[in-house]
Design a binder for this molecule. Sequence first.
Ligand code: ADP
Ligand code: MG
Length: 286
Amino acid sequence: SVPIAFLGGIGAASRQGVLIKGGSYLEALSQTETFIFDKTGTLTEGIFGLKEICPRGITAAQLLEITAYAEAYSSHPIALSLRDAYEKGIDTSRIGYIQERPGLGIEAVIDGMRVYTGNHRFMEALGIQIQKVKGSGTAVHAAVGRRYVGYVLISDRVRGDVSDTIRWLRQQHMEVMMLTGDNEHVANEVAHALGIEYVYANLLPQDKVTQLEEIMNDQMETEKLAFVGDGINDAPVLARADIGIAMGGLGSDAALEAADIILMEDEPSRIINAIRISRGTVRTVR
Ligand code: ADP
Ligand code: MG
């Protein structure tokens, strides 16, 4: 049975914009020693600015058009950003088929041609030779058929309230880590800026679960681990963590379902209030 004080704690948290799905998660939160963050859309805003268009054998405008069309139906932050950068409307009658490959990119048929857009891992898996990327950021490579047509370089910004949140967690002697599907250069840049020591990059959604399980294996029974994600591609890892924390704003329905705690605004700093409330509640109960 759940002590009444837990209900008070859940109520207090909800008034701070943190939805906790049960007293056991409130208790677990007070025992959390490890915080693992997803990068894109969680530590960062998930709004990518266009840095460079590097076409090969086609024009820059054509390359941007191909990526925007391939991303026409995706809710990934990269997709929203590329459609924004394209600035024109999408004529959906030109799109024959689209399939998203989580953690990799998109396969589509546009104007009757097969098109692939995504990261270096995706191109490698397709056997498509890519151009060396100059500059830092996230490269979205593109191919028409098996012909490589260049890449678009985009980059994201760290969220305003994240730095203080990470500092607070570390002051509380918690271990802070990052799991990301993005490349190690971007991952290390963000981690360095935020003082995050442990970084795991280039992970597919299922690799995130494997990595999380390895980290959990190294922990004692009483130590709890929380994973914080924006929800896009994160449902499996949110479900696997002792405490799955989803950002409510961008999050998919699947992620909100899988999560134990939902931040109703996309503000990681709300975690601090939730932890304070959880500790206060547990002290009252004991
Ligand atoms: P993160 O772990 O940083 O939140 P994801 O797991 O959502 O990232 O995606 C990992 C990587 O997969 C991205 O950095 C990108 O290279 C590629 N990717 C995923 N979805 C897309 C997409 N819709 N278009 C292009 N690339 C994508
Ligand atoms: Mg993400």
